[in-house]
Design a protein around this ligand. Sequence first.
Ligand code: ADP
Ligand code: ADP
Length: 239
Amino acid sequence: MALLQIARLSKSYDNETKVLKDISFTVKAGEFVSIIGPSGAGKSTLLRCVNQMVPISSGEVIFDNAPVTQLNKRALRQLRTNIGMVFQHYNLVPRLTVIENVLHGRLGYKTTLQGIMSRFTEKEKEQAFYLLRKLGIEEHAYKRCDQLSGGQQQRVGIARALIQGPKLVLCDEPIASLDPNSSKIIMDHLKSITSELGITCLVNLHQVEVAQQYSDRIIGLNQGEVVFDGTNYQLTEEK
Ligand code: ADP
Ligand code: ADP
C-alpha cells in the first residue's frame, strides 16, 4: 500500500528556477528508500515539500491518502506528528539533556522548554527510555547533549524523530557530518529500529555505496529531476 505519493511535483523558491521539476514516485508503507544525488540536486527541498516545511509550486504530495497541500492548521500539525525528521546537524538543544531532547520531539516545534520533564507522563518517559535503550545510549540519558559525540547526538536525533510514533521518517543527510565508523552505526540503527517499528524511511544520502547497502530502493536525483528509480543503482550512472 502506498504511504506517500508524489505526483508531478515542481518547486521553485523564486518563481524562476525550478529546483524540482515534475517529480513523480510512490513510496510503499515499510519501504526504506534512499535519495541520492549531488549537492544542489534538490534532495533537501524534496523532503521539505513532503512535510510542508516549504509550499510546493505545482503537483501533488499525498501522504496517507490525504493531499498535504489541502490540510488545515490542525491537520498539518497531525501530519507533522506522523512524519519525523532527522537532520545533518542533529538540531538538538545543546544545553538540554538527552532525555529532554527526545521528549522535546513530542512538543512539535514549540519553543518553551522550561520544566520539560514535568510535562510528560511516566508512560511517555518510558517510551523515550525504550528508544534510547534500543539505540544504545540509555546510559547517557541525563547527560547534556553537548557532551556527546556526533554519532551519539545523531542517535538522540533519531529517538526524537521516533518519539511520536510517526509513520514516516525523513532523514536529511543523516551521516554527512560523521566519520565512517559512526556513519555505519547510525545507518545500522536507523535500518533496524525503523524496520522493527514498521516505520517507512526516506533518506537523503550522497554516498551511493551506503544507499546500496541499506535501501530497498534508490531514487537518483539530478538537477531537480528523477534520473534513476530502482534497486540496482550502477556507480557509472552517477554524475
Ligand atoms: P540538495 O539537498 O540536493 O543539496 P537543496 O534542495 O538543498 O539540494 O537545493 C536545491 C537548490 O535549491 C539549490 O540550488 C539551492 O541553492 C536552492 N535552495 C535551497 N533552499 C533554498 C531556499 N530556501 N531559497 C532559495 N533557494 C534554495
Ligand atoms: P545543508 O546542505 O547543510 O542543508 P544548505 O546550504 O543546503 O546546507 O542550506 C542551508 C540553509 O540555507 C537551508 O535552510 C536552505 O533552505 C537555505 N538555502 C540554501 N540555498 C539557498 C539559497 N540559494 N537561497 C536562500 N537560502 C538557501
